[in-house]
Design a binder for this molecule. Structure first.
Ligand code: ATR
Length: 283
C-alpha cells in the first residue's frame, strides 16, 4: 500500500471516547478492503476551527461531528449544504479535492434508512406523524418525514418556542402542540418518534400514554443507550412495530462513505450485532 492510499476519517467531539462510530467505520474498512482507519478525535470547542482546518494537511477524507461541535462547525467550513443549514447542524465534513471543507448532515438519511430497513412497508401517506421533542434530532427527523411526503406532523415539545423555531427553519406541514397534548396527539397517528433525551440511560422514561395509538402505528426512538427504551418496550408489548436508534447511527454511515470514498458499505446483521455487543458491554 502506498502512503497516499491510506484513508483517514474520525469523529470530533468532547467527550467522544464513548462513540461507537470507530467500531462501525473500521468494520467497513475491513469489509471493503479499503486501507484506512477511523479514529476518535477528542477536542474541546476552542480547538475545533484549527482541527477542522488541519484535516486536508493530515490527509483526512473528512470527519463526523458530535456534541458539542455540530453547530459551531457551520461557521468554520467553506460551504454548508442547504439541508444541513435547514437542520441547523453539520454531522459530516468532506474534504474536497482542492482542500476546501464541505459540511452536510446525514442524520435524516440515517433515520430513513433505519425506518425502511425496520419497517419495509412503511408509507408516508398512511397518516400523520407525531414527533416528540424539538432539538437537533427532531429537526433531522422532521426534515426526513417531510422529504418522504408525510402530510401532517404533530410536533410536541416542552418548550413551545423551540418547536416554533424548528417550524420556521424547516417549514412544511407541522403543527405545534403543547407538551400536555402529547397523549391525545397519538389518536390517528401512523408514526411516532421520540427525539427527546427522556428514556436515555440516566434519564427518566418518556411519560407517554399509548392507549390512543393504533396497533398499526410505527414507533421509533432515536435513543440507542439503552438499545431498547421503555417506550419501545411498551409499544412492542401492545403489538406495535417499534425500534430504537442504533439503526439510525448505522444508516448515516453509508451516505458518508458515498461522499468520502464513493463506496456503499452494507449495514449487515454482523455489524449490528457487533455494535449491540459493544453497547451492552458498557451496561
Ligand atoms: P438533540 O440535539 O440531541 O435533539 P437537544 O437539542 O438538547 O438534543 O434536545 C433535547 C430535547 O429533549 C428537547 O426537545 C428537550 O425539550 P426542551 O426543548 O423543552 O428543552 C427535550 N427534553 C429534555 N429533557 C426533557 C424533560 N425532562 N421533559 C421534556 N422534554 C425534555
Amino acid at each position: 500500500m502506498t502512503d497516499q492510499r491510506y484513508h483517514l476519517i474520525g469523529v470530533m467531539g468532547w467527550p467522544v471516547m464513548h462513540s461507537r462510530s470507530p467500531l462501525m467505520h473500521n468494520y467497513w474498512f475491513d469489509q471493503t478492503g479499503l486501507p484506512g482507519k477511523y479514529v476518535h478525535l477528542p477536542l474541546p470547542s476552542e480547538r475545533l476551527p484549527d482541527a477542522l482546518r488541519a484535516l486536508p494537511a493530515l490527509n483526512f477524507a473528512g470527519c463526523n461531528l458530535t456534541i458539542p461541535h455540530k453547530l459551531q462547525a457551520m461557521e468554520i467550513v467553506d460551504e454548508v449544504d442547504p439541508v444541513a443549514r435547514k437542520i441547523g447542524a453539520i454531522s459530516c465534513v468532506v474534504v474536497r479535492e482542492d482542500g476546501s471543507l464541505w459540511g452536510t448532515n446525514n442524520d435524516w438519511l440515517g433515520f430513513l434508512g433505519n425506518l425502511k430497513q425496520s419497517v419495509p412497508d412503511w408509507q408516508a401517506k398512511t397518516g400523520p406523524a407525531t414527533v416528540i421533542g424539538a432539538g437537533g434530532g427532531s429537526r433531522a427527523i422532521c426534515h426526513a418525514l417531510i422529504s418522504e411526503g408525510v402530510e401532517e406532523i404533530r410536533l410536541v415539545n416542552r418548550t413551545a418556542g423551540k418547536a416554533e423555531a424548528l417550524v420556521a427553519d424547516i417549514g412544511g406541514p407541522i403543527t405545534v402542540l403543547p407538551w400536555h397534548a402529547r397523549h391525545d396527539a397519538l389518536n390517528g397517528t401512523a408514526t411516532v418518534v421520540n427525539t427527546t433525551s427522556l428514556g436515555m440511560v440516566g434519564q427518566p422514561p418518556l411519560d407517554l400514554d399509548l392507549s390512543a395509538l393504533s396497533p398499526d402505528a410505527v414507533v421509533a426512538d432515536i435513543i440507542y443507550t439503552p438499545l431498547e427504551t421503555d417506550l419501545v418496550t411498551r409499544a412492542k408489548a401492545r403489538g406495535n412495530r417499534a425500534f430504537g436508534g442504533l439503526g439510525m447511527l448505522l444508516h448515516q454511515g453509508p451516505p458518508a462513505w458515498k461522499l468520502w470514498f464513493n463506496l456503499n458499505p452494507m449495514v449487515t446483521t454482523e455489524l449490528r450485532n457487533l455494535m449491540e455487543a459493544s453497547i451492552l458491554g458498557d451496561a
